[in-house]
Ligand binder design. Structure first.
Ligand code: 5RP
Length: 227
C-alpha cells in the first residue's frame, strides 16, 4: 500500500464519524484533502453538515466540492475537527503546521468537542522533533524571535517560498520559522519557552488536544487513544 493509499484509508474511516447536522472542522494538507473529498461525496448523497476550514486552500476545496461553510459567530462549538499531522508522538502529542496552517488549525481543533487526527503510520514517532517544528511569528518581530529561538537551541530557519528568496506567508500574513530541533525531549517545556517569546503568534506543538488518531497502514486502520 502506498502512503497516499494509507492517507485515503484513514480519511475514509474518519467520514464514518460524521453524522447528520454536525458542525465539522476541516484540516489542511494532503490527508485532509482526501477527507474533504470523501466527506463531500457523502454530502452530495444527502448528508447535511456545516464546516469551518483551517486554511483558505481547504475552504476553497470544500466550497468547490459542495460543502456548506459556517463561521464561529454562527457555530461557536464544533462537533468534530478532523486534521492531519506531521508527527504523532506519545500521548498523541503532535507536530503540525507543515503546510503552514498551524494557527487556524489550533483554533479550530480547540473549538471542537473532539479532535481526530488522520495519518498514515509513517507519522508515528517515539520522540517529537525530527520534523521541523513551525513557529508562526509577526513579520516585524521575526529577527527578534529568530535570535531567541536560536538561544534556546531550537535551530530556526525562516520558511521561504518554493524556489524563491522571499519569506513564505501564512493566511494571516505572518512568517514561519521552522525549528530544526532534532528531538524534543520535553514538549511541554519547549512549548512554554516558545510561547513566552513576544512576537510569537503560535507554535506547531499540539499537546493534550487530540482525542483519537486514525492510523492507516498495511493492516488497515487502527484507533490510537491518548493514554
Ligand atoms: C498543515 C498540517 C498538516 O496536517 C500536516 O502538515 C500533515 O500534512 P499531510 O497530510 O500532507 O501529510 O499540519 O499545516
Amino acid at each position: 500500500m502506498t502512503q497516499d493509499q494509507s492517507k485515503l484509508l484513514a480519511a475514509k474511516r474518519a467520514t464514518d464519524l460524521i453524522s447528520d447536522g454536525m458542525r465539522v472542522g476541516l484540516g489542511t494538507g494532503t490527508t485532509s484533502t482526501f477527507f474533504i473529498e470523501e466527506l463531500a461525496k457523502r454530502v452530495r448523497s444527502g448528508l447535511r453538515l456545516k464546516a469551518i476550514a483551517t486554511s483558505t486552500e481547504s475552504e476553497r476545496l470544500a466550497t468547490e466540492q459542495g460543502i456548506e461553510l459556517t463561521s464561529f459567530a454562527d457555530s461557536p462549538v464544533l462537533d468534530l475537527t478532523v486534521d492531519g499531522a506531521d508527527e504523532i508522538g506519545p500521548g498523541l502529542s503532535l507536530i503540525k503546521g507543515g503546510h503552514g496552517a498551524l494557527l487556524r488549525e489550533k483554533i479550530i481543533a480547540s473549538a471542537a468537542k473532539a479532535f481526530v487526527v488522520i495519518a498514515d503510520e509513517s507519522k508515528i514517532v517515539s520522540t517529537l522533533g525530527k520534523f521541523p517544528l513551525p513557529v508562526e511569528v509577526i513579520q516585524l518581530a521575526e529577527p527578534l524571535v529568530y535570535r531567541k529561538l536560536l538561544d534556546l537551541g531550537l535551530n530556526p530557519m525562516l520558511r521561504l517560498v518554493a524556489n524563491g528568496a522571499v519569506p513564505w506567508q501564512t493566511d494571516e500574513g505572518n512568517f514561519i520559522l521552522d525549528c530544526h530541533c532534532g528531538s524534543i525531549q520535553d514538549p511541554e517545556k519547549t512549548a512554554a519557552e516558545i510561547r513566552s517569546i513576544i512576537g510569537v503568534v503560535e507554535h506547531g506543538l499540539f499537546l493534550r488536544m487530540a482525542s483519537m488518531a486514525l492510523i492507516a497502514g498495511q493492516d488497515g486502520v487502527r484507533e490510537v487513544h491518548p493514554s
